[in-house]
Design a protein around this ligand. Structure first.
Ligand code: CAO
Length: 424
């Protein structure tokens, strides 16, 4: 079966997390992803958070599946010639260097477009044009600048960053969509274009509902926030809402059986109006179905602490999985707080390819997260990440059509480091 992006060549000039997330997805969909790395050094994440000395780190291997690695010094004159030929051959150039780095290398958008008018050049930067455009940016900086941190956490605590990498991986996803959209447009126009995504913008896009609330504040207090029921006045900006749900239905994280020793023995519990009567019966408070002060959602707003404390008395008698089994048939929305250990042991996720076990020549078998997007006519096979420079010679020969003598000359110029053959 062919893959959706088969025949599309990606010049992958990305590093760390944001860019590699994007090109990994393109690789999963069948694109030929050629990762260009500094000779002898490579993507810095190869050697970050090392768990097995001498082997590429999980940080690197889990973000660089289905790619080929080529060592190339793009500041060396011969290296620039090789890069120019790569630009001619490829459909997309993806990069997330610091602002200005590509220009300093001599490959501005104008130059890239001149070399190959069909190429799409896709870039991630921390900020869009404006006063912060020259800043180098990492995950948590983007979470803070994109409005997420100010709206995460509890009202009486400091701003919080979230564990989900919405700044890096979230931006990579946005870029990926921009690239396939530009490829689609190129089918009609025949020419490439620039795709730019700023990490601040991506985080803000994911925090869209909090900008909704910022404007609703002008019309009065946000009644679905717990602080309204608690009588705490609102300030000028969207406040932190603890574990309140963003959609307006009252919800909390509640303790379950075993919470004293298990840090993840918790469940999310939502009391939608449509299932209120079933919740009352389940927790043994049938009178709340009709009692004044409890029967309708507006009446309940100032009693949410009391109501959730009562529900928690019930949830503490059950495991989070028993709660799931009891509530789901009643359409009461609940969600067990799953630890990464529990997720890693979930056979169902391996069956769908969302989790995969990958073999690696340096580190043996490891667990990775597979492709979360399932295409029925373009199945994903997760391939291990490449060793540094593993495919340099193969790409010079097969993709760029250099002869043996030319490869020898390139090698002697110092542009590609030591030439290695692909691992068996
Ligand atoms: N050959 C020769 N030089 C190379 C090269 C290659 N194959 N690949 C990279 N380089 C050079 C760059 O040209 C740059 O040189 P100059 O400083 O002379 O221009 C240098 O390596 C360092 O690149 P960098 O500035 O991108 O890397 P950094 O470690 O200093 O900064 C980061 C890292 C992520 C902060 C920065 O790249 C950035 O802001 N990127 C955009 C935002 C982003 O993606 N952030 C998320 C990262 S994931 O948390």
């Amino acid at each position: 079966m062919t893959k959706a992006l088969e025949g599309v060549k990606i010049l992958d000039f990305t590093h760390v997390q944001s860019g590699p997330t994007c090109t990994q997805i393109l690789g999963w969909f069948g694109a030929d992803v050629i990762k260009v790395e500094r000779p002898g050094v490579g993507d810095a994440t190869r050697k970050q958070l090392v768990d097995k000395p001498g082997a590429d780190s999980l940080y690197f291997t889990m973000l660089n599946h289905n790619k080929r690695s080529m060592e190339l010094n793009s500041k060396n004159e011969t290296g620039k010639e090789v890069l120019t030929r790569l630009i001619k051959e490829c459909d997309v150039l993806v990069e997330n260097f610091a602002p200005g780095a590509l220009d300093r290398m001599g490959f501005s958008w104008d130059r890239v477009h001149e070399i190959n008018p069909r190429i799409i050049m896709a870039s991630i930067k921390g900020f869009g044009p404006g006063k912060y455009e020259d800043c180098k940016v990492y995950e948590n900086v983007a979470q803070c600048a994109g409005g997420s941190a100010s709206t995460t956490g509890f009202l009486d605590g400091p701003p919080l960053v979230t564990g989900a990498q919405i700044g890096d991986s979230g931006t990579g996803l946005h870029l990926c969509l921009g690239i396939v959209t530009a490829l689609f447009q190129r089918e009609k126009t025949g020419v490439g274009q620039r795709v730019s995504v700023a990490m601040q913008d991506s985080v803000l896009n994911l925090a869209r509902v909090k900008m909704r609330d910022q404007q609703r504040l002008e019309a009065g207090p946000l009644k679905e926030y717990s602080q309204f029921g608690e009588g705490i006045p609102f300030g000028e900006a969207t406040p932190r809402a603890g574990n309140d749900s963003g959609g307006g239905q009252p919800g909390r994280i509640l303790k379950c059986k075993g919470w004293e020793t298990d840090p993840n023995a918790y469940t999310y519990f939502i009391i939608q109006a449509a299932v209120w009567e079933k919740v009352c019966d389940l927790i043994g408070e049938p009178n709340w179905k009709t009692d004044t002060g409890f029967a309708t959602p507006p009446e309940r707003l100032d009693k949410l602490n009391q109501i959730f404390e009562r529900i928690e008395q019930w949830t503490m008698t059950k495991t989070k999985f028993e709660i799931m089994d009891l509530c789901n048939p009643l359409d009461i929305p609940v969600g067990p707080i799953l630890s990464m250990k529990e997720i890693a042991e979930d056979e169902g996720l391996y069956a769908t390819g969302t989790l995969v076990k990958v073999d690696h020549p340096e580190r043996g078998e490891y667990i990775s997260v597979g492709c979360p997007i399932k295409l029925s006519a373009s199945p994903v096979e997760v391939e291990r990440s490449p060793l540094l420079g593993e495919h340099t010679e193969e790409i010079l020969r097969d993709v760029l059509k250099y002869s043996d003598e030319e490869i020898q000359t390139i090698s002697e110029s110092g542009a590609i480091g030591e030439v290695r053959k692909a691992a068996e």
